[in-house]
Design a protein around this ligand. Structure first.
Ligand code: ATP
Ligand code: MG
Length: 227
């Protein structure tokens, strides 16, 4: 089976005095259908790693192959295609358009991916149903509850039927009930063969995954560090 994610010694530094080494030599491989939780304190480098995995940013050093495609020499248009067709990303701060409806927010993703109009309505309906937001399709996104906004962000990430779903703190601001709802949604995607990588601070999410990866001060490890 080909790994969905194959990252080898990825590092990302940001300029500064001294430079910030946000990620150091991260090696990670994720299979189709696997649920991986990336677990670590604030500032550890979790979003930095997820941004690299989602092709939103490039590494300072290291190599990254996603869905069998090596990214080092990949043209920008190929990255755009992968981002719009094969990778779903749930942002830490939702990044939804408050003045647009739930349906419009999801449809926008398909429009950017240049999916023909005739196919879009059915895909949006399906995504709305999967996350349980059919009854909120025409609500202004800014009026949705926190849990509903999170589910909208997930619907937008999966509407293009990605093979890889990356979610930055998808349960960060949710109560226990909504957390369980989101985790069971992510279970469905994993059961359908989608590789799901989730960043979390929460023990509940860490208990849900097949595998936890810890990150401290930019360094990944399979076990929590000794305190
Ligand atoms: N664009 C950037 N420029 C400079 N420094 C950055 C940049 N992005 C992240 N950093 C720094 O890199 C480190 C890791 O940041 P990152 O956002 O990955 O942390 P995180 O683990 O996601 O934290 P949180 O749980 O608070 O979201 C932090 O010290 C942060 O200040
Ligand atoms: Mg973060």
């Amino acid at each position: 089976m080909t790994a969905v994610i194959n990252a080898h010694q990825l590092s990302r530094s940001f300029p500064g005095t001294p430079p910030i080494h946000a990620l150091r030599d991260a090696t990670l491989s994720v299979e189709p259908g696997e649920k991986v939780a990336i677990y670590g304190p604030s500032g550890a480098g979790k979003s930095t790693l997820l941004n690299l995995l989602g092709l939103l940013d490039g590494p300072t050093t290291g190599s990254y192959t996603v869905l069998g495609e090596e990214t080092a020499t990949m043209p920008a248009r190929t990255k755009d295609r992968l981002r719009s067709q094969a990778i779903g990303f749930v942002f830490q701060q939702f990044q939804i358009l408050g003045h647009r409806t739930t349906r419009e927010n999801i449809d926008l993703k398909l429009s950017i991916a240049r999916i023909p109009h005739a196919k879009r309505a059915a895909l949006v309906d399906d995504a709305l149903e999967k996350v349980g937001l059919t009854h909120r399709a025409t609500s202004q996104a800014r009026n949705l509850s926190g849990g509903e906004k999170q589910r909208l962000a997930i619907a937008r990430a999966i509407v293009n039927r990605p093979q890889l779903l990356l979610a930055d703190e998808p349960t960060g601001n949710l109560d226990a009930r909504n957390t369980d709802l989101v985790l069971s949604l992510l279970d469905d995607f994993s059961a359908a063969g989608i590789a799901v990588v989730v960043i979390t601070h929460s023990d509940r999410t860490a208990a849900w995954s097949h595998r936890n990866v810890f990150i401290y001060d930019g360094v990944l490890s399979a076990t929590p560090p000794r305190s």
